[in-house]
Design a protein around this ligand. Structure first.
Ligand SMILES: Cc1cc2nc3c(=O)[nH]c(=O)nc-3n(C[C@H](O)[C@H](O)[C@H](O)COP(=O)(O)OP(=O)(O)OC[C@H]3O[C@@H](n4cnc5c(N)ncnc54)[C@H](O)[C@@H]3O)c2cc1C
Length: 408
């Protein structure tokens, strides 16, 4: 039988989260490879590449540490203000970078910009990318794990200390480890599209809660706006089938004229929404990060931000373990990772899910509560500041990469 190639860490899925982990492990001396089923260029050629990703201040620091921010920042738009409103109701809230004493509340870049920055850096650093190749089987024992991948020219087995599942919401690593998942259907779909505003948007992001779901306008490069329009599944087919002219009229009617008369500047894409949460983060010699562990509603713009914190936290633990000569697939180490990430996951998932439920309800007391909440938030600096810090990704515990010092 052929000798198996030995790795320290095999990362299944090399998109934004898996790619970030590989970058966090650069110069560690560890043998790391990424296995991905699709090439980044293919994956991002569709509207998936055009979707806007709101990057929190905390994530900016992490991306900087990973050497990525210089190549993303030139193509990212700063958010200086966020206006939150409830269509047809009185509540409004405004968050402002100036009042928070920061340059920006966050930044927005397309998924294409972020992922290509990661991809180019991985290539430059010579990180091994096995692609296109699909994970098919996984076996773990005391000394390591063996995975089977299928490639164009057949099947191959690879051996490693640790398998990291960064393979998205339908994670094969999760399935092969028989980790159950909690799925909450929102019966909603996001339509995303880029528009040109009729007036200068002045770097203001808008989050408007409508009866069918949240509608966000995020500033992107070149003075354009990326629209993230959530609606009930039942309405999506008809809205996607509308002519450009009728689609725009419907969007304008829903959003109003705060940005003047809108023009379409890109293709429409649709993304069905649900909350998928793996019931465990770890299994023997395997671990889940990013969407493989938690796929959340994009309303709060937190999915990638949360996944990036997973990746950097894990990189930090693996670097420490490697320096100390420990086994990278050791059960205690994996459990330590899960323990460190649990609180952050819970907080973001609950806040996002709560927001979706609160703002999709037409039930009068809830509608009233959310409007009183928005008004109160606009007048109570403490609440507002806490929400700004949450949106900026600065609340809670940060991985060491982010704080630049040892963890408390
Ligand atoms: C419309 C929309 C707007 C969003 N806006 C924001 C936002 O503003 N801010 C934010 O933080 N987040 C946002 N998100 C969430 C964000 O896009 C995701 O959290 C993030 O892309 C997850 O990245 P990931 O690397 O974990 O997974 P994915 O991007 O799903 O990547 C998984 C990778 O695994 C590979 N793969 C899958 N199965 C296998 C297999 N069996 N073998 C090998 N490879 C495999 C795939 O090819 C892929 O490359 C948004 C999401 C949507 C849909």
């Amino acid at each position: 039988m052929d000798e198996l190639i030995e790795y320290d860490v095999l990362i299944i899925g090399g998109a934004m989260v898996g790619g970030s982990l590989a970058l966090g492990l650069l110069d560690s001396g560890l043998r790391v490879a990424i296995v991905d089923a699709t090439k980044a260029e293919t994956r991002l050629a569709s509207s998936a590449g055009e979707r806007a990703i709101a990057i929190s201040q905390g994530s900016v620091r992490l991306l900087d540490r990973l050497g990525l921010w210089p190549s993303i920042s030139g193509r990212a738009a700063a958010i200086e203000k966020i206006h939150i409103s409830d269509r047809g109701h009185f509540g409004k809230a405004r968050l402002s970078a100036e009042k928070e004493g920061v340059k920006a509340l966050g930044y927005v870049a397309t998924a294409h910009t972020i992922e290509m920055a990661i991809h180019n850096r991985l290539q430059k650093a010579g990180v091994e990318l096995i692609c296109p190749a699909q994970l098919e089987a996984l076996e773990a024992d005391e000394s390591g794990a063996v995975i089977t991948i299928s490639k164009g020219d057949g099947r191959q087995k690879l051996r490693c200390r640790l398998v990291v599942g960064a393979d998205g919401g339908q994670s094969t690593v999760r399935q092969l480890n028989h980790i159950e998942q909690e799925v909450r259907e929102y019966h909603q779909t996001v339509i995303s599209v880029v528009v040109k505003p009729g007036i200068d948007g002045k770097q203001v992001a808008y989050e408007r809660f409508t009866s069918s779901g949240p509608l966000a306008f995020l500033p992107v490069e070149g003075g354009l706006y990326s629209v993230v329009w959530t609606m009930d599944d039942a309405d999506v087919k008809a809205v996607m089938a509308l002519s450009d002219e009728h689609f725009l009229a419907r969007l304008q009617d829903c959003f109003g004229y705060k940005l003047g008369k809108l023009e379409l500047a890109g293709k429409r894409g649709s993304f069905p929404l649900c909350l998928i949460r793996a019931k465990e983060m770890v299994a023997p010699r395997a671990l889940l990060i990013g969407n493989a562990s938690h796929q959340i509603h994009p309303v709060g713009g937190q999915g990638f931000n949360l996944g990036l914190r997973d990746a950097t936290q894990l990189a930090e633990l693996l670097l420490e373990a490697s320096e100390e000569g420990k086994d990278l697939g050791d059960e205690a180490l994996l459990k330590k990772y899960a323990g460190l990430r649990e609180k952050d996951h819970k907080a973001v998932i609950e806040a996002t899910d709560g927001l979706v439920r609160l703002f999709s309800s037409d039930f009068v007391p809830l509608a009233l509560a959310r409007n009183v909440g928005l008004v109160a938030m606009d007048h109570l600096p403490v609440t507002k500041s806490a929400i700004s810090r949450f949106a900026m990704g600065l609340s809670g515990r940060m991985p060491r990469l982010q704080t630049g010092g040892r963890q408390s």
